[in-house]
Design a protein around this ligand. Sequence first.
Ligand SMILES: Nc1ncnc2c1ncn2[C@@H]1O[C@H](COP(=O)(O)OP(=O)(O)O)[C@@H](O)[C@H]1O
Ligand SMILES: N[C@@H](CCC(=O)OP(=O)(O)O)C(=O)O
Length: 366
Amino acid sequence: MDHCQRIVIKIGSSSLTDSKGLLDDSRMAALADAITELLRRGWQPVLVSSGAVAAGLGQLGWHRSNLTMPERQAAAAVGQGLLMEKYNDLFQARGIQVGQVLLTKEDLAHRRRYLNARNTFNVLLNRQVLPIVNENDTVAFAEIRFGDNDTLSALVAGLVEAALLVILTDIDGLYSGDPRKDPQARLIPVVRQVDENIMQAAGGSGSPVGTGGMRTKLAAARIAARSGVRTVVTCGKDPSVILAVAAGERPGTCFEPSPRCLRSRKQWIAFGSVARGTLTIDRGAVKALTEDNKSLLAVGVTAVKGTFPAGSVVAVEDDRGIELARGISNLSSDDLKLVIKNPQRGLEVIHRDWLVCERSFSLCQS
Ligand SMILES: Nc1ncnc2c1ncn2[C@@H]1O[C@H](COP(=O)(O)OP(=O)(O)O)[C@@H](O)[C@H]1O
Ligand SMILES: N[C@@H](CCC(=O)OP(=O)(O)O)C(=O)O
């Protein structure tokens, strides 16, 4: 199996719909042509496609303004079927089988479901079936939904160990400021680190159909970079651009993979899992974790929030409430509460193999 040849392509609602907000047939056909060519060239592509809500609204004749969440979810229920029907017809005509993969944040947060999804992707990809992924909008609800598909595409890219993530949108890349508000804004061709400064350049969505804007694309690029995946954000008007990206060209903005990329299990802890509780640690423990790469011992834990069994993912924060690590706790919250009153020397709460220190988890949340 050659993971180097895996490529995740995310196409946003703004690139899939026409000026009336309906699915753009010619754009979808051009996308199908480009993906077919990628397969012919030996790549294993995964398509993360938005557009379910837009397609549903078009079919039902509903207007986007003032929709409640259940109404959006109902529109997605109608639209997801239409979207897949279109993709199925387009790819069948090109001799390619497709498989629908609908995921929620909760699916990826659950370690066994995450691994099951990985096995399914591997079977589809190794048998030249194109996985077409979307968020399962009809069941995902407010607090635990991705909302946009940018973050989802980055998690999928890490999951399948892709070499490239291509995010197709309605603008040719990341600009130094939101181009709608700043006419002086310049295109940034390469980003080596998604930090707070770069984050400040990004605004929300510019189109009525898009959801995340550039902010969620940066969060996605950061997750991908830490997972060892190079991200290119570029314009999806002409989907054949993905062939140029696969051939090594860098139209738009290229986000380089991090030299300190995380291995699979730590990627999941850092970006896929949902923390079930929070541990506050003292200054000595902060140093041990962030500078000395040590495991977290019970002596350094000063407070425990939440109720969780042993084996849960927990957030670790300093005494100012800043999250600086995440890991799998060897102890339940009940046991931890007993232990911190009377710490046993050397008792390990999180082994360093199950601990991820990340200076800015908040930058990875969309
Ligand atoms: N710094 C920036 N550079 C480029 N685009 C930006 C920036 N800040 C905000 N945007 C907006 O982000 C939009 C793309 O995001 P979005 O509308 O969510 O598209 P999609 O449906 O492809 O996810 C652009 O059209 C643009 O208006
Ligand atoms: N899952 C939703 C995606 C929502 C959305 O608009 O995402 P995006 O266009 O990527 O900002 C759908 O299919 O309509």
